[in-house]
Design a protein around this ligand. Structure first.
Ligand code: DX5
Ligand code: ZN
Length: 221
């Protein structure tokens, strides 16, 4: 069976104890952690940036999956590389010269991700797909945790999977927003390789049990 990675979103973690949260995730067997970087412009919220990620890099060997919800992300690519991000994911809606931005992420040594808001069509991927390690399908409008999954995103995941197979690409599909124990298996079956979960993960400690519950739900056991 295909592997499915769970990437807990720190947006729902205890911001006052991020170091302890990262250590707890690693102890609970997680491999990835999702950082939601928000600038108060692309989305209304403000969270954290490169200095915070850099300060916590030494606390964790988790794969740092960094989701930028910021305007003109090309200004900060080098800062995130220096901070220790493993994968940098930018929004197609936030950058004018998309190819240049994606190439700059690759050149800085990080894996390359591209995120699409729910209303953004997949055709923007047509020429850049070979440059991408991961496509992030936003299944809520970005900005807040705890929102409900937007139903048409199921079709989008299915269509993206088809596109990736037709192009013989190995791009991962990440789904972010409204992921729960109830829809995890369905999203995996539709084509998701990485599931992000914020409120449905951090709201239900202990994390090792919650992690297991997600893996069981995905496996249908
Ligand atoms: C939304 C963020 C998500 C969010 C998911 O802007 O990109 O990562 O934290 O939260 P839940 O899982 O609560 O929908
Ligand atoms: Zn996110």
């Amino acid at each position: 069976m295909r592997e499915c990675i769970l990437s807990p979103s720190l947006l729902s973690a205890d911001f006052g104890n991020l170091r302890a949260e990262l250590i707890a995730l690693e102890k609970a067997g997680l491999k990835w952690v999702h950082w939601d970087v928000m600038d108060g412009l692309f989305v209304p919220n403000i969270t954290f940036g490169p200095p915070v990620i850099k300060a916590l890099r030494t606390a964790s060997s988790l794969f740092f999956d960094v989701h930028l919800m910021i305007e003109r992300p090309e200004r900060y690519i080098e800062d995130f590389a220096q901070a220790g991000a493993d994968l940098l994911c930018v929004h197609a809606e936030s950058t004018l010269h998309l190819e240049r931005t994606l190439s700059a992420i690759r050149d800085s040594g990080m894996q390359v991700g591209l995120s699409l808001n729910p209303g953004t069509p997949l055709n923007i991927l047509e020429y850049v797909l070979p440059q991408l390690d991961m496509v992030l399908i936003m299944s809520v409008n970005p900005g807040f945790g705890g929102q409900s999954f937007i139903p048409f995103c199921r079709d989008k995941i299915r269509d993206l999977k088809k596109m990736i197979q037709e192009k013989n690409a190995s791009t991962l599909i990440q789904v972010d927003g409204g992921v729960t124990l109830d829809n995890a298996r369905e999203l995996f079956t539709l084509g998701a390789d990485v599931l992000v979960s914020g409120s449905a993960f951090f709201g239900f400690p202990p994390y090792d049990q919650r992690h297991r519950a997600f893996l069981d739900a995905i496996a249908g056991s």
